[in-house]
Write a new protein. Sequence first.
Length: 310
Amino acid sequence: MFNFNHLYYFYMTAKAGSTTVAAELLTISQPSLSSQLKVLEGAIDVTLFRKVGRTNQLTEEGAVIYGFCRRMFEISEELRESIVERVPSAARRINIGVADEIERSFVVEVVSLFLKKHGLAQRPKVTMVSGSHEQLVKRLRFRELDAIVTQLAMTDPELMSLMRTEVPVALICSNQRKARTKTDTQSDPSKIPEMVGGKLAQWVMPSSNFKLRSEIDRFFEQHELKGRIVFESDVMASLVRSVIDELGFSFLPLLYVARELREKSIRVLGPKDGYWKYRVWLGCHSQNSDDLLIRSLARSFKDVCDLALA
């Protein structure tokens, strides 16, 4: 039988990333905490941490054990809330990871719809965290996250794609731009220079490490598009805002600008169905695929995508 105090000390140290910080949170001495962790490692014959600089990083085995501990102690916390704070016992926690490239407002809309499908007494608590695709996949594999929204497919055999949406990438400009001409509605990419001002065009671009940026760069090369990049960002919302403020033109997935199009603060140049397709995935651990809450989240994901593209 495991010593649950030792497991809790390990759980808190893994969360804090430091025995010093964890010891302060646990109100015990740092040497005492380190000793207890050594006892746990000896009992299970596993090295849990490796020292990297001033922080403790989980080993691969430690990350697996942390995933189980997280689930165990979160359930314990829910029980405490139910008994002490009278929070409905049916409430659950859902941890969602959002890749850096994904527009946050889109995910918030998905989460809002998901939560509204549950009554107040049964409504889960949702936590949303950000990270690179690789970071989120690792956390999902070790069950630290329940689902992730990302721009890349699930390739890990332990993970699965619950939903995938394909959305048009359109040429976007501010609605303050002068009235639409016949050229503005042409679907032929060769007409784009006429729409944006040729070599004098001002462009707003996502960061170079984004999948969307590599797609844009490839499109520019294929169609010999020119112009000057005046604003570049790794925050999608800032790109949308810069287009509204007339800083320049941008190629953006319609999924990320649906609200602005409805509010008519921006508009589409060229074909309404865009110039190519951009993909977004909702993924989960394969062992969670039949979880009713995760399935409900997947339906909300689909509903928001369908509404945005209607």
